[in-house]
Ligand binder design. Structure first.
Ligand code: SF4
Ligand code: SF4
Ligand code: SF4
Length: 229
């Protein structure tokens, strides 16, 4: 029975123990900032106003942060998902052709030739395993960041979240979250959860507005209504 549980905004993480060797840096601080932001925006109150009946747990706004692309916190099925990623690159350090990077890559995204490693970025999942495996520093993290997914859900009509933004920084995550929360607060209709709003307005416009807000670093950005109503 769903009744009796408070439909509060909720941000889950992974790597509770802090010991996962796949972690690309830890996200406890980011999660705390995301929770503060949702509280500041008054999202829980707005969700409560829109509920068809009190306490429907499925109407909670769900967000999740994963500290690597293994995505144990399941950001793909959340209203708002964050995945920490690390794109590998090459330094000038000499490659000894040890092959450890090739073994470390589960995507078969690295080949070795006479000049050293070549990375196939079409296959790369940005997990950073090859960088961790490389003993010489030939491979290094070229860029680290957070990719953002929106509109995932389970329930009666399940749907995987759609990538809205690639490799942004922590401030970018917060801007994107604020944009998504404000869209829901302003546009949400009674009985509608964030995924339903994404259906009605279209994921495309929401993605565009998140990208625009992050690009302009505008904390007061508002989703335009042209896609809905
Ligand atoms: S998502 Fe990655 S960092 Fe987080 S617990 Fe899973 S494997 Fe570890
Ligand atoms: S980052 Fe991960 S997926 Fe990409 S090349 Fe390195 S090991 Fe392979
Ligand atoms: S792990 Fe490093 S040193 Fe070994 S083959 Fe790969 S790039 Fe070269």
């Amino acid at each position: 029975m769903e009744q009796g549980r408070k439909p509060a905004p909720f941000v889950s993480g992974c790597n509770e123990s802090g010991t996962c060797q796949n972690s690309l840096g830890g996200a406890r601080g980011l999660i705390a900032r995301m929770e503060d932001l949702l509280e500041e925006e008054g999202l829980a109150g707005r969700i409560a106003e829109l509920l068809p009946q009190p306490g429907l747990a499925r109407h909670a706004f769900r967000a999740a942060v994963a500290e690597c692309p293994n995505a144990c916190s399941q950001p793909q099925i959340k209203d708002f998902g964050v995945i920490q990623e690390s794109l590998p690159g090459k330094s000038g350090a000499e490659c000894t052709k040890c092959g450890l990077c090739v073994k470390a890559c589960r995507e078969k995204g690295i080949i070795l030739d006479g000049t050293g490693p070549s990375i196939n970025f079409e296959l790369c999942a940005r997990c950073g395993a090859c960088v961790r495996a490389c003993p010489t520093g030939t491979l290094r993290p070229e860029k680290k960041g957070f990719s953002i997914l929106v509109g995932g859900r389970l329930g009666r009509h399940p749907r995987l979240a759609v990538r809205a933004l690639e490799m942004t920084d922590e401030e970018g995550v917060l801007l994107a979250l604020r944009t998504a929360a404000r869209a829901y607060i302003r546009e949400g209709r009674p009985g509608e959860r964030f995924g339903d709003l994404a259906d009605r307005l279209g994921i495309g416009p929401i993605k565009e507005e998140i990208a625009a807000a992050v690009k302009t670093r505008d904390f007061n950005f508002q989703l335009n209504k042209s896609g809905g109503k």
